[in-house]
Design a binder for this molecule. Structure first.
Ligand code: ADP
Ligand code: AMP
Length: 222
């Protein structure tokens, strides 16, 4: 039987987690679980959860742990998560990480492999300010570093490319502060358990992709 694996992509907003998670999840045959995407989907569908989290996300704050965990537990109970998953943007607090530990244990998963995306702040600002996302399929572009072939139009499905409302500079500042305050402590938490693989995520997309694969393949052998 294939090894069960839980992978966590950790790092600040704009580090490139989503770009890599889409590609890696597809090539390893695992679901890509982005809690940010799940919340944006709830907002666009106008659900009760969406209405609750919309103002929080617009301010750049983190969604309360209980709402995040309820959504994640429901998602993990679906059959496509039986053999593993790639988390992108989750966990983001020590409380979420601790609840996740219990969930993984109860589902017979080994400890997660955590990849820490390390990028300088000037690169983060460039990436976040230049990010554009397809309004249909969620494909990720960057007007500076990864432009679409036709400006404003997705190469994959022709969808309109839009800027996320929380990528405006004043909100980005809040999101980076939330990362420093609430999420960065997770690096120590996972490092202390020998689970953290830090990668230089400031390189180009292909190079970062190679580093992620190396970290995953190394962990598979150990
Ligand atoms: P995150 O999910 O960590 O917030 P994204 O994957 O959405 O980050 O990437 C943020 C922005 O940076 C996007 O516009 C993306 O196209 C761009 N990007 C991602 N990885 C790289 C990279 N290695 N080099 C340059 N730009 C990148
Ligand atoms: P992201 O798409 O990962 O950049 O997330 C966008 C926003 O969604 C964040 O700024 C938070 O408001 C919210 N969010 C996503 N994931 C989480 C999480 N694990 N915990 C709390 N808030 C989250």
């Amino acid at each position: 039987m294939a090894l069960k694996r839980a992978v966590i992509f950790l790092g600040p907003p704009g580090a490139g987690k989503g770009t890599q998670a889409k590609q890696i999840a597809q090539s390893y045959g695992l679901p890509h679980l982005s809690t940010g995407d799940m919340f944006r989907d709830a907002i666009s569908r106008g659900t009760e959860l969406g209405n609750m989290v919309k103002p929080i996300m617009e301010r750049g704050d983190l969604v309360p742990d209980d709402l995040v965990m309820k959504m994640v537990e429901e998602r993990l109970s679906r059959p496509d998560c039986a053999q593993g998953f790639v988390f992108d943007g989750f966990p983001r607090t020590l409380a979420q990480a601790s609840v996740l530990d219990g969930i993984l244990k109860s589902r017979g998963f080994p400890k997660p492999l955590v990849i820490d995306f390390v990028v300088s702040e000037d690169k983060l600002m460039r990436r976040v300010s230049g990010r554009r996302t397809c309004s249909i399929g969620g494909e990720i572009y960057n007007i500076y570093d990864a432009p679409s072939k036709i400006e404003g139009i997705c190469d994959v499905d022709g969808g309109k490319l839009v800027q996320r409302p929380d990528d405006r500079p004043e909100v980005v500042k809040e999101r980076l502060a939330a990362y420093e305050r609430q999420t960065k402590p997770l690096t120590d938490y996972y490092r202390a358990q020998g689970l953290l693989e830090a990668i230089d995520a400031g390189a180009g997309v292909q190079e970062v992709n190679r580093a992620v694969r190396q970290a995953l393949n190394g962990a598979r052998r150990s």
